[in-house]
Design a protein around this ligand. Structure first.
Ligand SMILES: [Zn+2]
Length: 264
C-alpha cells in the first residue's frame, strides 16, 4: 500500500512533471488549473490546526466506496480506525519498549530499503509495503521535503518529527494488518456490495487501513499533527501548484469550525 491514501489520482496529475524530468517528451493534452500560490509554511500551519479526526472526509475522498458510506458511518469508521492504529502503537511499545521506528520494523522482521526513486514507474511514490516483509522509503521525495524543515515556521510545527520514521511506521502498519488480517479491525470490517439469496459479496474499505496506518504512525512517533499533512508537504517538493490544489481541496473538506491546535 502506498503512503498517503490513494495517490493514484494525484500521481496521474503529476505525471507530466516526471515525463519532463526524464526527458520523455510527448504531446500531452494536459492543463492543470493554476492554484493560488501558497507558502508551504502557511499551508502546513493551516493543516496542523485540523484536529485528528477532522481529516475524515479527506481520508475517505480517495476511497472508491465513498459513495456507499453514510456521513454517520464515515465518522464511526474514522474513529474506530484511528483508535485501531493507536492501540497497535501502544501494544507494540509495551511489548518491545521504546524502539526507534527502524528497530521496531526490523524486530518485526521487515527488510527496509531506501531507494531514491521507484523502479519501472514514473508514478510519484513516497513509500510502499510489499508482502511479505519489504518496505521501501523513496528518498527523492523525503530529501525534497526535508529541505523545508529548516524553515523556522515549519520547525515550530514539526518539532523533532522525522519524515522517514512517519512513512516507515505507516507502511509497517500495513504489514501488521496483513499478519493479523483475520482479527484486525481494518480488515475484519467490511462493506456489503451486493447480495443474492445467501450469497453476500463484501469488500474491505481501503480508507480504514490508511486511517489506522496514520493513527499508528502518529501515536508511535509521538508527533503532534496528523500524518496526513505529509501529503501536501511531499507533493510540494514536486509541484507547488499541485500541493496548493491539494491544500485547497483538504481545507474545503474540513469543517472550519472544528479546527483546533495541538502544541508541541
Ligand atoms: Zn498506506
Amino acid at each position: 500500500m502506498k503512503f498517503g491514501g490513494d495517490m493514484e489520482e494525484q500521481s496521474t496529475d503529476l505525471k507530466p512533471i516526471f515525463d519532463g524530468i526524464f526527458g520523455k517528451q510527448k504531446n500531452i493534452v494536459y492543463e492543470r488549473p493554476k492554484f493560488a500560490e501558497r507558502k508551504i509554511s502557511d499551508m502546513l500551519n493551516g493543516l496542523s490546526k485540523i484536529s485528528l479526526l477532522d481529516w475524515e472526509r479527506y481520508a475517505f475522498s480517495r476511497d472508491p466506496l465513498v459513495g456507499r458510506i453514510s456521513p454517520y458511518k464515515r465518522k464511526e469508521y474514522m474513529q474506530k480506525s484511528w483508535e485501531c492504529g493507536i492501540e497497535w502503537a501502544d501494544r507494540l511499545k509495551s511489548e518491545y519498549g521504546n524502539l526507534s521506528a527502524e528497530d521496531l520494523a526490523k524486530k518485526l522482521g521487515m527488510e527496509i530499503e531506501y531507494p531514491i526513486l521507484p523502479e519501472n514507474t514514473d508514478r510519484v511514490l513516497f513509500a510502499e509495503f510489499r508482502e511479505p516483509n519489504n518496505i521501501k522509503i523513496y528518498m527523492d521525495a523525503v530529501n525534497k521535503a526535508n529541505k523545508y524543515l529548516f524553515d523556522e515556521d515549519i520547525k515550530g510545527i514539526f518539532c523533532d518529527a522525522n519524515i522517514v520514521d512517519i512513512l516507515l511506521l505507516h507502511e509497517l502498519f500495513h504489514s501488521i494488518e496483513e499478519k493479523y488480517k483475520k482479527e484486525i479491525y481494518t480488515r475484519v470490517e467490511k462493506i456489503e456490495l451486493w447480495s443474492i439469496g445467501f450469497f453476500h459479496y463484501k469488500s474491505n474499505i481501503i480508507a480504514l487501513s490508511e486511517i489506522a496506518a496514520m493513527g499508528f504512525a502518529y501515536k508511535y512517533s509521538e508527533i503532534t499533527f496528523s500524518p496526513y499533512i505529509l501529503d501536501v508537504l511531499l507533493v510540494y517538493g514536486y509541484s507547488q501548484n499541485e500541493a496548493s490544489g491539494l491544500y485547497e481541496e483538504i481545507m474545503e473538506l474540513v469543517d472550519n469550525n472544528e479546527r483546533k491546535h495541538d502544541e508541541c
